[in-house]
Ligand binder design. Structure first.
Ligand code: SF4
Length: 357
């Protein structure tokens, strides 16, 4: 089966699972059931564009700002992006989503910085009800009026970032952040909103974020989707945060166990990419659009030869650099060591034609 067909099937199964874990909320389950159908029509649009020689991935990660209301230790976004003055306009954000929809991109991850420093994004996601938007947020700007809005926007799924225990979360994110996050989770559950937690897995919090009691308390709090994302040491001086080989070796079996026993979905990155032939960046599964409009392989690989500030997305997707990255996928295929692009960034820079060292 081709990588494209395998990924399309993977997305249908993924959203089918959303239906399974939402059955206690029939309207939510019905929405996700329709999403499975929309994935099919989006895949057909991608196939049509492919016949014109343009490769369109099903997923776009869109970092709409570099600004943030927090200063978390080890933040990759602040390590890479220091300038927040050249963000795309709200009109360009909206027209980009429209262009992506026309091309068949059917799943968006909205990131930052903190995306809710640009609340206009929720207006935009409302107008594309057939596209699922994961909103990666630190949760602190997710106030009650916004939660009330999201009750009617089932396609916009809040993904709250938490580091584990109160101590672990507050140590990395700031005093009091953990308790405020727990309050947000209670408000989201009360509102009947499908929400998710993003857990950055480090050597220090590994035991907590893989602990069944910790996960059960999050499931009881209403979380229906967990992302375990291996920490990538982009911030200088954080190498000792990286998980050990032993921890990395345990993860796959642990996640398989969580899937068998919890009424929630579990995504583990980069472990799950193995089933799709390795790293899904550079358009194999997703592309990244930076806050200034650069089309990049991944948020962890800030390299680009195409920008969508003025150029249409269809044109930017014909990037020679991204095509070269896909053609040289073998350089980035193995995943047993965190982010393959970050670890092989010299090879990435070479493909971009940038002299290293
Ligand atoms: S909330 Fe996210 S973007 Fe903001 S500082 Fe923390 S890790 Fe960085």
């Amino acid at each position: 089966m081709s990588a494209t067909r395998q990924l399309n099937q993977g997305l249908r199964i993924f959203f089918g699972e959303f239906v399974r874990v939402s059955l206690r909320r029939p309207r939510q389950a019905l929405f996700f059931a329709r999403t499975v159908l929309w994935q099919g029509s989006a895949a057909r649009r991608r196939a049509r564009t492919a016949r014109d020689g343009i490769h369109v991935p099903p997923i776009a990660i869109f970092s709409i700002t570099n600004r943030c209301n927090l200063r978390c230790k080890g933040c990759y976004s602040q390590a890479i992006h220091r300038d927040s003055s050249d963000e795309l306009s709200p009109d360009r954000l909206r027209s980009l989503v429209q262009e992506a929809d026309d091309l068949g991109i059917s799943f968006f991850v909205i990131a930052g910085g903190e995306p809710l420093v640009r609340p206009e994004i929720v207006e935009i996601t409302r107008d594309f009800p057939h596209i699922v938007f994961l909103l990666i947020t630190n949760g602190l700007l997710l106030d009650q009026p916004l939660i009330d809005r999201l009750m009617t926007q089932r396609n916009t799924v809040p993904v709250l970032s938490i580091e584990g225990s109160q101590e672990q979360t507050d140590d990395r994110r700031g005093e009091g952040v953990h308790d405020r996050l727990r309050k947000r989770m209670a408000q989201l559950k009360e509102a009947g909103i499908f929400f998710s937690l993003s857990l950055t897995v480090t050597r220090q919090n590994f035991a907590t974020v893989t602990d069944r009691a910790f996960l059960q308390s999050a499931v009881d709090a209403g979380c229906r989707l967990f992302f375990h994302v291996e920490y990538t040491p982009i911030r200088e001086g954080t190498d000792e945060w990286v998980i050990t080989d032993a921890q990395r070796g345990e993860m796959k079996e642990l996640v398989a166990g969580f899937r068998r026993s919890f009424n929630s979905l579990f995504i583990a990155v980069p472990w799950d990419e193995e089933e799709q032939g390795g790293c899904l960046a550079s358009g194999r599964g997703f592309v990244h659009i930076s806050a200034s409009g650069d089309l990049e392989p991944c948020p962890f690989a800030p390299y680009s030869d195409a920008n969508v500030r003025t150029a249409p997305l269809r044109e930017a997707l014909q990037s020679r650099f991204l095509a070269a990255m896909r053609q040289n996928h073998a350089l980035f295929a193995e995943t047993d060591g965190g982010c393959a692009l970050w670890r092989n960034r010299e090879a990435v820079e070479a493909l971009l034609g940038r002299k290293t060292g």
